[in-house]
Design a protein around this ligand. Sequence first.
Ligand code: WTA
Length: 639
Amino acid sequence: METTYHIGLGYNDTKTRKKAEQDYISFWEEQAKSLHWFEKWNKVLEWNPPFAKWFLGGKINASYNALDVTVAKNPDKKAILWEGEKGETRTLTYQELLQYVCRFANALKSLGVKKGDRVTIYLPMIPELIISMLACARIGAIHTVIFSGFSAQSIRDRVDDSKSKVIITADGGFRKGTVVKLKEIIDQAIKDFDFVENVIIFEHANIQVSYTKKDKKWQDLIKNKSSLCEAEKLESVHPLYILYTSGTTGKPKGVLHGTGGYLIHLYSTFKWVFDIKDSDIYFCTADIGWVTGHSYVVYGPLLHGATQIMYEGAPDYPTPARMWKIIEKYKATIFYTTPTALRMLMKYGDDLPNSNNLSSLRLLGTVGEPINPEVWRWYYKTIGKERCPIVDTWWQTETGGVMISPVPGLETIPLKPGSATRPIPGVLVSVVDENGKDLPAGTKGYLVIKQPWPGMLLTLWGDDEKYKAVYWSKYKTMYYPGDYAIKDTDDYFSMLGRADDVLKVAGHRLGTAELESGFVSHKSVAEAAVCGIPHDVKGESIIAFLVLKEGFAQTPQLKDEIIAHIRQAIGPIATPDQLHFVSKLPKTRSGKIMRRLLKAIAKDEQIGDISTLEDEASVDEVRSALSELRQTIQKNKIK
Ligand code: WTA
């Protein structure tokens, strides 16, 4: 029997869950009353499978809810406690944030940005990133934030897909003491894109950048702009943002989120999962370039008028104690991070956290990948000093907000290391087999979501068919997230990683198809096959097998060149840990890479009998490809 930890925050609300089970639609309607609406909805949910429209007819504005609501009550409440990598600081109150957002919203308007226009944001973790998003939300423009670690080519694909009219960037951002030249990357990314009318540059790193006619300096643009800007009264289903994420195809998918439903999902989960209080100092380490930053750095905390720490740099820079120092300095009460960060920090031992005062902490959270039970226990003991509940939160870009997690702000249930426990109230999930049949406790299967939820994506940007195909074709009436899970006899869910061709490298989603097309775009590569192998810090790391074109020799120089190329094509997060040249790949007759076998070889597992593959491929061919793969890995290991 696994040890459980009976630790909570003293809440024992049984009514909320019951109400949600009785009627999830009126349950969510009740929750929606916590937000400010210009006009009330006339229908809670229009469910036209697989398209959900929440709070139809309601008029709302995300930036109004995130700012004006708190300003009316407590204008001097601190919203952002920002710290740069070099230790410089800035503090913004809700009043200051609102005024700044309005000025920038007026600046966007002066460039002709209107409701429904797309605006790409490529900024480091500085307050201007939040300000840009809220300014878009204020005027009904759709923001599309791109993680500042992505390369020019990745940005190009995304900007082309969203057809953004304006791009917001900085001269540069800081990462581990070096400056990333963001404006230069943007210049490369949008070359010849006539539909991009303007690029706004925030001068942050004080480096020289060249300005073209399209380019506007942020600091100039907001001069003389009014700090009043009325929030647009938007339909509840008006798109708030597009966030690109990797899937099983070569191109990233533009996940489109609406406003009313999304916000209420975040408002509720931020209360139930994080038990947010007026006195809290919340610290989420996620970059806003990912969904965790959108939902639980920007919208969730601001909807509650919370005070939060925002940190620009790397978590282990200039010392691996940086996170603990920040917690001590600002007296953080809630800390939300990733298993990858914890695994890395745990490696440095207990002295660093022990020599910083972490006694302000009262709640800990993780997100993005499965957390190993031993890391969970370390987090619990060494960081939380056995006082803080841990919320292991399972969700996705597509779900908008947390779906499965303990809810210590509502109830106290025993926690089990490695389990995200139960779905939040109002969400119905299950573990099923290939045919969609519920599986008994203890059997591994596919996770599914059985009814619509308010934070769910509206669709994929410009591609309803793909939306249907990706999430609603494996099971016609249930949403398929692409994860394996197992349920235990207490109805607790443990998440077991991706069931599809998506990798989670340091918590970041990368599609194998996307990586493979990145490799194949190098002039020397004829074919590529990529898979993930377990990594003790990153959770998963990338291993790539490449077949070269005729006339290219397998040299170490070429290897380096290809690695530089993939970093250029996607970004540094796509750097493979292993890269092997082979003469053929294990494939079916129809040319599909036999990924299961590839993975087994990469993980140095036995693959057993492959003679049953007869229909799919020539067994001899596959056998010889596999044996070559195995030998190549061995040979490269020795080198
Ligand atoms: C994985 C991140 C185990 C999962 C918010 C999911 C998790 C994917 C957890 C979505 C967790 C997220 N335990 N696995 N607590 N949280 N995942 O879109 O595979 O970047 O499908 O959203 O991360 O990744 P995404």
